[in-house]
Design a protein around this ligand. Structure first.
Ligand SMILES: C[S@@+](CC[C@H](N)C(=O)[O-])C[C@H]1O[C@@H](n2cnc3c(N)ncnc32)[C@H](O)[C@@H]1O
Ligand SMILES: [Zn+2]
Length: 380
C-alpha cells in the first residue's frame, strides 16, 4: 500500500523507499517467506535472518515485526541506500537487533562461513539467475535452516535461451506449455545438485511463481542421500501435447506412444527433453499446513486459499496442461476448468488447480485422455 506522504505499508511494516528497490507486486513472495519464518521461529525457538539483498529493508522489518526474528543482518550492495535503510530499520525495529552492511552478497556468505556464524534463514532476492549465489548462500545457512532462492530469468527458464539455462542451471531447458513449473524445478534441481556436491541435501518447503518471478524456500539438511529419481528430465511431445518424466537410464530411448492412436503409419515421435531438473514434490504439505494455520489466525484469507492450492498440487505430476492447449489439440472450445476437473475425477483421475497457471489443470491423465474427456463434455 502506498501512503500519500511517500511511505509504504506492507504487513506490519511501514517504510520509506526513496530510490531503493521495492516492488509491491512481489508481496506474495514476502508474505509466504514471513509465514515460513514464523513457523520456523515457533518450532525452533529462535530465528536469525540474513537478508542478503535487502533493497529498502522491507524484509528485515517484516521478519522482525511479524515472524519475531531475534536478529537480522540486512545487506545491500548499493551504499547509496544507507540512509533510507537506517531510517527504516531504526524506526521499525528493536535497537541492537539488526545490522546493516553494504557488501557483495558472496562476500557476506564467506564471512559468515569464516566466522562460523550460520543463519536460520538466508534470503537471496537477486535479479536474474540464482546461480552466482545459490551454492555460496549455503555457506551461511545453518544445517536445518532455510534458504530462499530467486530466479527472474524467464528467458532461460522458459526455454527461449537453452544455452543460457545450461550455463546457469547446468540444465537444457526447452519451450513447452508448462514452463512456469519448469522454472521452479530448474531452481530446485540446481539447489539440490549444489547441496549434494557439498555433501548436503535440500528439502523443498514451498515453491512459488507469482506470474514473473520464481522463488523456492528449501531446508538445508545433513542427509546427503541422493535420490536419482528426484533429478531427471521432462519430455514433451509436440504432436499430441503429452508430458512424461524421463530417468537417466531411459535417455536415448524415449518416444511418445501417440502414433499408436493418432495414425499407425506414423513413426514413434521423439520427445523434446528438458533437464536435468527436480522431479520431486514442489512443496512440503505438512509445512504448508503450519503456514496455513498461521495465515488463517492472522486473517490472511487470500494466502490461505493459495496455500490450499499449493497443498493439493504438491504431489501431482511435475507438469500441467493449459486449458487452451486442450482446446487447440482437440479443435474444440476451451473447456471450463471446474467442469473438466470434475469429469476427470468422475473417471478416477486425480485433478487439481495449480497456482502456476489459473487457466490450467494438473492431472495424472494423459493429454489424449484430457482431450477425449473435453470432447465428450462439449458434445453433451
Ligand atoms: C530485487 S532487489 C531486492 C528487493 C528487496 N529484497 C525487496 O523485497 O523489496 C535486489 C537488491 O539487491 C541489490 N544487489 C544486487 N546485487 C547484489 C549483490 N551481489 N550483493 C548484494 N546486493 C546486491 C540491488 O542493489 C537491489 O537493491
Ligand atoms: Zn505424442
Amino acid at each position: 500500500m502506498n501512503t500519500p506522504s511517500g511511505w509504504h505499508q506492507e504487513g506490519k511494516a511501514t517504510f520509506f523507499t526513496d530510490n531503493a528497490f521495492y516492488r509491491p507486486q512481489s508481496q506474495v513472495g514476502r508474505d509466504l517467506a514471513v509465514l515460513a519464518a514464523a513457523v520456523y521461529r515457533r518450532q525452533n525457538g529462535q530465528l536469525r535472518v540474513l537478508d542478503a539483498m535487502t533493497g529498502c529493508g522491507v524484509r528485515p522489518l517484516r521478519y522482525q515485526l511479524e515472524a519475531e526474528a531475534d536478529w537480522v543482518w540486512a545487506n545491500e550492495a548499493n551504499p547509496d541506500h544507507r540512509e533510507v535503510l537506517e531510517r527504516n530499520l531504526s524506526t521499525g525495529m528493536r535497537p541492537r537487533s539488526y545490522r546493516i552492511t553494504h557488501q557483495d552478497a558472496n562476500q557476506v556468505f564467506f564471512d559468515c562461513y569464516q566466522q562460523r556464524d550460520f543463519y536460520d534463514l538466508v534470503d537471496i532476492d537477486n535479479f536474474g539467475s540464482p546461480s552466482p549465489y545459490a551454492s555460496t548462500g549455503m555457506w551461511a545457512t545453518r544445517l536445518g535452516g532455510m534458504l530462499y532462492l530467486t530466479s527472474t530469468d524467464g528467458r532461460a527458464t522458459g526455454g527461449h535461451d537453452p544455452e543460457r539455462s545450461l550455463q546457469t542451471f547446468g540444465a537444457y531447458a526447452r519451450s513447452h506449455p508448462a514452463v512456469h513449473e519448469q522454472g521452479l524445478r530448474l531452481l530446485l534441481g540446481h539447489a539440490m545438485q549444489q547441496a549434494a556436491a557439498k555433501g548436503f541435501g535440500i528439502q523443498p518447503l514451498f515453491s512459488l511463481f507469482n506470474g514473473q518471478v520464481h522463488r523456492v524456500m528449501v531446508r538445508l539438511v545433513m542427509d546427503p542421500s541422493w535420490e536419482a529419481g528426484c533429478f531427471g528430465f521432462i519430455g514433451y511431445c509436440h504432436v499430441c501435447g503429452h508430458f512424461q518424466t524421463v530417468g537417466w537410464r531411459q535417455l536415448g530411448r524415449v518416444k511418445c506412444a501417440c502414433h499408436r492412436y493418432l495414425a499407425t503409419y506414423l513413426k514413434p515421435h521423439p520427445l523434446v527433453l528438458s533437464g536435468p531438473l527436480w522431479l520431486g514434490p514442489l512443496h512440503d504439505p505438512l509445512w504448508l499446513n503450519e503456514m496455513k494455520t498461521l495465515a488463517s489466525g492472522w486473517g490472511w484469507s487470500k494466502r490461505v486459499k493459495l496455500l490450499e492450492i499449493m497443498q493439493a498440487e504438491a504431489d501431482m505430476p511435475p507438469y500441467y496442461y493449459p486449458l487452451g492447449e486442450i482446446g487447440r489439440l482437440g479443435q474444440i472450445d476451451i473447456p471450463r476448468r471446474e467442469v473438466l476437473m470434475q469429469a476427470l475425477c468422475d473417471r478416477n483421475f486425480r485433478a487439481t488447480l495449480t497456482h502456476l497457471d489459473w487457466e490450467a489443470v494438473k492431472t495424472d491423465a494423459t493429454m489424449a485422455e484430457c482431450v477425449a474427456i473435453a470432447r465428450q463434455i462439449q458434445r453433451k
